[in-house]
Design a protein around this ligand. Sequence first.
Ligand code: FES
Ligand code: FES
Length: 150
Amino acid sequence: MKFTVNGEPTEATPRAGQALRTLLRDTEHFEVKKGCDTGDCGACSVLVDGEPVHSCVYPAHRIEGHDVTTVAGLGTPDALSPVQQSFVDAAGFQCGFCTAGMVVTASTLTEADPADLPRLLKGNLCRCTGYRSIRDAFAGITNVTPRPCA
Ligand code: FES
Ligand code: FES
């Protein structure tokens, strides 16, 4: 099966029933986190053809011919993406476990109405409950202070 990860051509043979998250970690994309593994927390979020998915419940066999982007594909340590930089500037993390997924999802929301952010972010949970600084990070990319997350 051929697909791209962060622009790199990749070949892999998924096991029966394998989820995209485990396929990505099997190919050393350890930036894709394992959280709940049931599609609830968003820690494993990646983009498939630019759309955010929870990779722990996304069937790996569906990825053939598609483009996957992880948090590592959004920028580099020397050239952070605007969303990554906004999370750094706002210290939008505590333990950081949710951060990769938050940043991946946020990268699709730069044009969103800030009033919609609580709804749009409901698929990404922070077990540290550090939502205030995460909201500040979103404010940095949208230039408007969003309403408090529910
Ligand atoms: Fe995928 Fe929680 S690990 S949604
Ligand atoms: Fe710890 Fe969000 S910063 S889970």
